[in-house]
Design a protein around this ligand. Structure first.
Ligand code: SF4
Ligand code: SF4
Length: 151
């Protein structure tokens, strides 16, 4: 796996764009589109099932569908290609371009105060980049494979 290939998957901040729910080619979006197809007009039947099967769980279908539609509609091509669709105030994307480095862990200012992350994201960012520094980007990338993005 070359650094160029890894860069397609992992953003400069160290988070994995490939497994983000908003990524156009990510599993979450792909499976959501598929599930929508398979469910078809389930919403029409959900009402009926509520009475027929006597299970109030079907009342919640509209909310579930709203979330599923959202996951299926997201289409980000990743941080290396466009501004993050979720975190519009991210300070890392522009900064790493100016500094001409691939990842924050390579930066002599790391850990800096330019990210605009909240505390949880900031702590995660520091942890991830320290891990990459310690084990190398290839190992880090391998470990992300098959793992859920949201732990
Ligand atoms: S740039 Fe942001 S929205 Fe797009 S895939 Fe990466 S983390 Fe997700
Ligand atoms: S200054 Fe901060 S945000 Fe910018 S590349 Fe360095 S570590 Fe990343």
């Amino acid at each position: 796996m070359t650094t160029e290939q890894i860069k397609d998957s992992i953003a400069p901040c160290g988070l994995c764009c490939e497994t983000c729910f908003a990524h156009v080619d990510g599993d979450i979006r792909r499976y959501s589109v598929k599930l929508k197809e398979k469910l078809g007009n389930f919403h029409i039947n959900a009402k009926r099932f509520e009475t027929l099967l006597g299970d109030p769980i079907f009342k919640k279908y509209a909310e579930f569908k709203e979330m599923l539609d959202y996951f299926a509609s997201e289409a980000c091509t990743g941080c290396r290609n466009e501004q993050c669709k979720l975190f519009k105030n991210c300070g890392v994307r522009g900064c790493h371009q100016e500094k001409q480095i691939d990842f924050c862990y390579q930066c002599d200012e790391f850990p800096c105060d330019k990210t605009n992350f909240d505390t949880a994201l900031y702590n995660g960012w520091v942890q991830i980049n320290e891990k990459i520094k310690e084990t190398g980007i290839e190992n880090f990338y391998q470990k992300t494979q098959g793992r859920p993005r949201y732990l």
